[in-house]
Design a protein around this ligand. Structure first.
Ligand SMILES: O=P(O)(O)OC[C@H]1O[C@H](OP(=O)(O)OP(=O)(O)O)[C@H](O)[C@@H]1O
Ligand SMILES: O=c1cc[nH]c(=O)[nH]1
Ligand SMILES: [Mg+2]
Length: 208
């Protein structure tokens, strides 16, 4: 699983534990997802190439490094990926955003795409946001849809994954770098991650 990067940081582990806690309410749950997203983004872009820009400062004009912010397109997978968007947009405010809504059929575990509003991706870095990689079906589907739009590169930021799903992504999409805060033990017979955080969409938006 060379393309799966388990980002290990005490601050991330602390946030994941707060997400696991069933006493965490939906407001805090969304806030913690957003914070995890931001930390994962920092790690994912740590070797990024910068452009030079002339900046007027107090002693004249100097050239300084800047990020080409509009090169990045964040793509949260609705619903549960949505709270991660706030955190990453705080870091790259001029990034674009696109939206994919994918829902698992909880009986068959098959992923269904019900909304695609992703802007053109040619020459862009697409950054997928979704807290959970369980069977990997939803992430696999999202990557396939995004690849059809020919981005320069695809990165995925995820909070918790099961070995089953991460193996699937690693085999099918070795070109996509996945930055993940926690790799858990397994899936249960309903396709939920154990120990996991339960249903992330329901917990984020207070539904059942
Ligand atoms: O790896 P998989 O087996 O495909 O499962 C992971 C998917 O399940 C969750 O979404 P869900 O289908 O529950 O939709 P929701 O965010 O609307 O609740 C999660 O946010 C992932 O997208
Ligand atoms: O554990 C899981 C698996 C899929 N989707 C979730 O929200 N949680
Ligand atoms: Mg759900």
């Amino acid at each position: 699983m060379k393309n799966i990067i388990n980002v290990k940081h005490p601050l991330l582990q602390n946030l994941v534990t707060k997400l696991r806690d069933i006493n965490t309410n939906s407001y805090d749950f969304r806030k913690y997802l957003s914070e995890v997203g931001r930390i994962l983004l920092v790690e994912a872009l740590k070797d990024e190439t910068l452009k030079e820009k002339e900046v007027q400062i107090w002693v004249g004009n100097y050239r300084f490094p800047v990020l080409d912010e509009e090169k990045y397109v964040f793509i949260p997978i609705l619903r549960a990926g949505l709270p991660m968007l706030d955190g990453v947009l705080e870091m790259i405010p001029l990034a674009r955003s696109g939206f994919l809504a994918i829902k698992r059929n909880e009986e068959t575990l098959e992923s269904i795409l019900y909304y695609d509003r992703v802007p053109p991706l040619k020459g862009k870095t697409a950054i997928i946001l979704d807290p959970m990689v369980a069977t990997g079906g939803s992430l696999d589907y999202a990557i396939s849809v995004i690849k059809e739009k020919n981005p320069e590169r695809i990165i995925s930021l995820n909070v918790i994954g099961a070995p089953e799903g991460l193996n699937r992504i690693s085999k099918k999409h070795p070109d996509v770098k996945v930055f993940i805060a926690q790799i858990d033990e397994k899936l249960n017979d309903k396709g939920y991650i154990i120990p996991g955080i339960g249903d992330a969409g329901d917990r984020a938006f207070n539904t059942e």
